[in-house]
Ligand binder design. Structure first.
Ligand code: NDP
Length: 286
């Protein structure tokens, strides 16, 4: 009965959130995408370009960003600029926002997507790595948000945060990564409440992604996790549509939404089911 109720509510939410996206809304939009040299960020840059947006992309590798920016221009971007930056460096988040706002004349979308590499393994006590990853995956997001706030207020803009199912449900072999994603969900959930209380019309879209077929993700889970990986280009489009239509949350693939609604009903059983989809021996042998 409860299960049927949950599935019905998920269906209703899906109906209410049906596709209201209009691609023209992104024509000329001023967009900053982080972590855009590869993976989902690169695919987002190409979609924004096809929609005629003005994009600034960032990541550490300038030479790769240059190629992505050139492709964006060919795909139809009104502007495509890049800036190399390392989000582990304390001054880089602010430097990137200033560059984007200056070169675009403001900012409509802040798309926070980058992650630092983190080993897929059992927690091994490496607190220095956890601290570094917290800076790259979490603190730099809130630093960029702080610096971007005046520009987003001016434009009634949007913050799009790329998170993970690992930030909603604890999963094995990802402790430092999972912690950064839980932190993002908590911080941006609170910030959304506070912006609403202050009647600021800045939207915050938190994107909960399952396994996506990027090279970095597949190289980590291959032989260890029994799960289908979904296409990065589709994930990127779902994120962009969610941001443009100012949704609170995006779930991609969509089945994660009802799973998250019932995740706390039977926690021990949930954990056993999750553990059964992992090949424990494959991880301990690497
Ligand atoms: P990738 O590993 O493919 O891309 C990560 C990006 O971040 C790259 O552009 C990388 O570029 C950049 N980056 C890495 N370290 C730094 C740093 N120190 N400073 C600045 N930029 C950095 O990731 P995905 O595309 O797979 O993931 C994108 C987002 O989607 C992430 O937020 C991830 O958590 C989320 N997600 C992905 C899933 C998946 O299965 N792929 C599942 C769930 C969520 P460079 O090396 O040039 O710096």
């Amino acid at each position: 009965m409860l299960l049927a109720g949950t599935i019905l509510s998920a269906g209703l939410v899906g109906y209410l959130w049906r596709d209201t996206f209009e691609s023209d809304s992104l024509k000329g939009a001023r967009v900053l995408v982080t972590g855009a040299s590869t993976g989902i960020g690169e695919q987002m840059a190409y979609h924004y370009a096809r929609f005629g947006a003005q994009v600034v992309i960032t990541a550490r590798r300038g030479a790769v960003l240059k190629q992505v920016a050139e492709k964006c221009l060919k795909l139809g971007a009104e502007k495509a600029l890049y800036i190399a930056a390392d989000m582990a460096e304390p001054t880089d988040p602010d430097r990137v926002i200033k560059f984007a706002a200056k070169s675009l004349g403001g900012l409509d979308y802040l798309v926070l997507n980058h992650i630092g590499p983190s080993p897929f393994q059992m927690w091994n006590g490496d607190v220095d790595h956890a601290r570094w990853l917290m800076q790259v995956n979490y603190l730099s997001y809130i630093e960029m948000t702080n610096s971007a706030m005046p520009f987003l207020k001016q434009s009634n803009g949007s913050i799009v945060v790329v998170s993970s199912i690992a930030g909603m449900i604890p999963t094995p072999f990802t402790a430092p990564y999972s912690a950064t994603k839980f932190a993002l969900n908590g911080f941006f959930g609170t910030l959304r409440q506070e912006l609403s209380m202050k009647q600021e019309s800045i939207s915050i879209t938190v994107c909960i992604l399952g396994l996506i077929d990027t090279d970095s993700a597949l190289s980590q889970v291959r032989g260890t996790v029994e799960a289908k990986a979904y296409p990065a280009s589709e994930a990127a489009l779902a994120i962009i549509k969610g941001g443009a239509t100012r949704q609170r949350e995006v779930y991609y693939p969509g089945f994660w939404q009802p799973v998250c609604l019932i995740r706390d009903w039977f926690p021990s059983m949930r954990d056993r089911v999750i553990q059964s989809t992992y090949n424990y021996k494959a991880v301990t042998q690497t």
